[in-house]
Ligand binder design. Structure first.
Ligand code: F0G
Length: 458
């Protein structure tokens, strides 16, 4: 008999979670203004809001915390992290930051100015937020295949090189400070970018003299997909593939809360000393001195250890298999999801799930609210709320895809939890014809509105 697949770790510490009643949840979500960010965590049974900072640290990471060096300058924890980053990514220079968006803030303060154009593959919302906050523009050059959820394509995170070259041809070099490649591409469904595509981007970047930065939150999951799907790399180790990936970039921003499996942290990696030196001033101004930059010594230690664990093949196999385990149950039942399944989450195609809700009534948010009421499962909207308003016209931007993301925290839930999530969503699917009314906005912020928006039922 073929031995079945099993997790590559066992459980040492547990945390209780509480099931609630449907009546309680209806009350709670109404009081939360139909915004899932406003719920208290104990009002949630299974929390798939995000895979960011929600992972379970290992015994070795907890042990590393104890050895943290809290010296203001020159802490050994800084050097431990510097060595790990150099070893894993190949980048010589780095600046620690407190999380990924802080890395974006520091880097963009150096490179991005009003009127600039920043092409990439479906920039993440904080990345776009930091670009638009500086009155610059993010141009999405993702391949069209990414926007057809049922279309099978191994690398739906890829950049359309023709779209990219058109942007580079259209604008003068000084107006395009960088190209951003997000690995894996969160917004298009946790979808990977191939090495072949990275090579293509690098070639264009060299032709037009523009630096390439990777938004690297889920770089290890990207490498895992490359190993499985790109013939040339099937016999390479994850770490060899990671090195190869970053060899095509001039630098990286990192939210360590994802693939480095820590609860807080981030950094910027640089190939060139000039970029590093230019960013140093902003890092000191916004984050802290360059040898801690928003992180305590203990957190840098846990991060250094996490970088090694997060790039282990068996860990990644466990993780990606769990995400697919959930995805397969939904897909087998006929629920429309982004396929192939992403690395960190299953993305439900809300437009096809709830065809009766008009786009003005926030289709994906409506579905996320229904799923919460059904089973106490908290997911997140990746749709019109997240897309914000057009900065010039202030009209709603209706994205091609309205998605509900079920993000799986790393090493936290078992496959029984996945069965529960699948059953809850299937129950909503069975009553989808009765869901005919969505939500309307009562109050919203001018930028990144989804975090604080207040809604009511129509
Ligand atoms: N880039 C990507 C691709 C991300 O997914 C995130 C965060 C960031 C940058 C910003 O990092 O949160 O550490 O400041 N994504 C989280 C999510 C919030 O739920 O997908 P951060």
């Amino acid at each position: 008999m073929k031995l079945p697949f099993a997790e590559s770790y066992k459980i040492k510490v547990v945390e209780s979670i509480r099931r609630s009643t449907r009546g309680e949840r209806e009350e709670w979500i109404k009081n939360a203004k139909y915004n899932l960010f406003n719920l208290k965590s104990d009002q949630v049974f299974i929390d798939l809001l995000t895979d960011s900072g929600t992972g379970a640290m290992s015994d070795k990471q907890w042990a590393a915390l104890m050895e943290g060096d809290e010296s203001y300058a020159g802490a050994s924890s800084y050097y431990r992290l510097k060595d790990a980053i150099h070893d894993i990514t190949g980048f010589e220079y780095f600046l620690p930051t407190h999380q990924g968006r802080a890395a974006e803030n520091v880097l963009f303060s150096t490179l991005v100015k009003e009127g600039d154009i920043i092409p990439g593959n479906s920039h993440f919302d904080t990345t776009k937020g930091h670009i638009e906050f500086r009155k610059a523009h993010a141009v999405d050059c993702t391949i069209d295949e990414a926007f057809h959820t049922e279309l099978d394509h191994p690398f739906k995170g890829n950049i359309d090189l023709e779209k990219l070259e058109n942007v580079l041809k259209k604008y003068p070099r000084k107006q395009v400070p960088m190209i951003i490649v997000t690995v894996t591409c969160n917004t298009s469904g946790g979808q990977p970018v191939s090495i072949e595509n990275m090579r293509g981007v690098r070639k264009l970047a060299d032709k037009y003299g523009i630096p390439v930065f990777f938004d690297s939150a889920r770089f290890a999951e990207n490498a895992y997909f490359i190993k499985l799907r790109e013939e040339e790399f099937k016999d390479k180790t994850i770490r060899e593939i990671v090195r190869e990936m970053f060899s095509y970039a001039d630098g990286m921003t990192m939210s360590s809360k994802k693939d480095a499996i820590v609860n807080m942290g981030g950094f910027i990696g640089f190939r060139h000393k000039e970029h590093f030196e230019a960013a140093t001033m902003y890092n000191i101004l916004f984050e802290g001195f360059i040898t801690y930059g928003g992180m305590s010594g203990r957190d840098m230690n846990a991060l250094a250890q996490g970088l090694y664990e997060g790039t282990g093949f068996h860990y990644l196999e466990t993780r990606i298999n769990q995400v697919a385990y959930l995805g397969k149950q939904l897909r087998d039942y006929g629920i429309p999801v982004q396929y192939p399944f992403g690395g960190h989450a299953i993305f439900v195609d809300a437009k096809r799930f709830l065809p009766n809700i008009p786009k003005e009534q926030y289709i994906a948010q409506t579905l996320a609210v229904e799923l919460y009421i059904e089973g106490g499962v908290r997911a997140v909207e990746i749709g019109t709320l997240l897309a914000d308003r057009d900065p010039d016209t202030r009209e709603n931007r209706y994205p091609e895809l309205e998605l509900v993301r079920l993000a799986i925290p790393r090493r936290v839930y078992t496959n029984n939890h996945m069965d529960y999530v699948a059953a809850a969503l299937i129950n909503v699917y069975d009553r989808r014809d009765k869901i005919t009314k969505g939500l309307r906005i009562v109050k919203e912020a001018p930028i990144l509105r989804h975090f604080t928006v207040e809604l009511e039922k129509i």
